[in-house]
Design a protein around this ligand. Structure first.
Ligand code: PHE
Length: 340
């Protein structure tokens, strides 16, 4: 009897299986009611009483080891999803994963958000479909103001009050209506204008606008903030220049140029041989715009600025045609793989 137990034990020790079905077959062969291990238990009844202790011990060990072995074989197959061990070739090259990459406009938008986050600006979003009040009237564009012409957009024929926003200044209005100063926020988003599509203009583009309102905010704060931004975005040696301009919702208003990052100010075809490239509009928030939103212009002042993400991206990566951003040509997009 002891011999039979030992022989069966070494047989079981050596078993191998090529598939889950085979494991099940082996389990039945050894452990089912009529299996070989169970048969030994039946014979145990005939063992002499003085041998029962030793043989019983061996039998129990055999049974436990068999269970263990079957479990081991089984879990080996479960780990590889039930596939046959023979067909699993660990030396084969893995499936070729093709991770996507961020769109260049998203990369630059994220950089702009990061730069302003470091000096305490948070991010807010608003609707792309706007009403006249938030896009124009509250910003001091009176009904027949000629500045509306410069931001012609897409209106709903049946309701001229509803339009696609022409700038994210509409989100500045929504924020001022809903929040008490101090306000220090930027507003990235998609905007729309009725423009003929060309290498430099599109009917859809992206902006980041910024707003800072508190007591005693001055033009010096505006200039310092924009200088910080320009150096972070384009490099430590970047210079800025502010030129007077006009927006209905800022007074005074300006446009900001940065020294040309291609020629460093010497003059080249990117800066049209002026040494400067325009990147944004800005100014001190007009008191009317503050009062329109329930912010007391006697107590608070603020500055605002707005830039086109396409323009910054084109400068940074020297992209000559703005239409490339919207064509989804992977040969263009793949060049930005790995950037965040
Ligand atoms: N909203 C202006 C535009 O889209 C940009 C701007 C924002 C100018 C804030 C001044 C202040 O053209």
């Amino acid at each position: 009897m002891i011999d039979r137990i030992n022989r069966l034990a070494s047989e079981i020790e050596a078993i191998k299986a090529g598939s889950l079905e085979e494991v099940e077959h082996l389990r039945l062969k050894y452990l089912s009611k009529k299996g070989l291990v169970s048969a030994l238990f039946d014979d145990f009844k005939g063992v002499a009483p003085e041998m029962k202790r030793e043989v019983g011990q061996l039998l129990n060990d055999l049974k436990n080891k068999t269970h263990q072995k079957i479990d081991e074989l089984k879990s080996g197959f479960e780990a590889v999803g039930g596939a046959s061990a023979v067909t699993l070739d660990l030396t084969r090259p893995a499936n070729n994963a093709q991770p996507g990459s961020r769109h260049p406009l998203s990369i630059v938008r994220n950089q702009i958000i990061d730069i302003f986050a470091r000096i305490g600006f948070t991010v807010a979003d608003g609707p792309e479909i706007e009403d006249d009040w938030h896009n124009f009237s509250a910003l001091n564009f009176t009904a027949d103001h000629p500045a509306r012409d410069m931001q012609d957009t897409f209106f709903i024929a049946t309701n001229p009050d509803i339009l696609l926003r022409t700038h994210t200044s509409s989100v500045q209005i929504r924020t001022m209506e809903a929040t008490k100063p101090p306000i220090r926020m930027i507003f990235p988003g998609r905007v729309f204008r009725n423009e003929a599509i060309s290498a430099r203009a599109h009917c859809i583009f992206h902006q980041v606008e910024g707003l800072y309102i508190d007591k005693h905010v001055s033009f010096a704060d505006l200039k310092q903030t924009l200088m910080y931004f320009a150096k972070e975005m384009f490099g430590e040696n970047t210079k800025i220049r502010l030129r007077p301009s006009y927006f209905p919702f800022t007074e005074p208003s300006g446009e900001m140029d940065v020294s040309c990052l291609i020629c460093g100010g010497e003059g080249c075809n990117i800066c049209k041989y002026t040494g400067w490239v325009e990147i944004l509009g800005c100014g001190m928030v007009d008191p009317n715009a503050l009062d329109n939103c329930g912010i007391d212009s006697q107590i608070y002042t603020g500055f605002a600025f707005g830039m086109g993400i396409e323009r910054i991206t084109m400068l940074k990566y020297q992209i000559k045609d703005l239409r490339l951003f919207y064509e989804n040509d992977v040969r263009f997009l793949r060049q930005f793989a790995g950037a965040f």
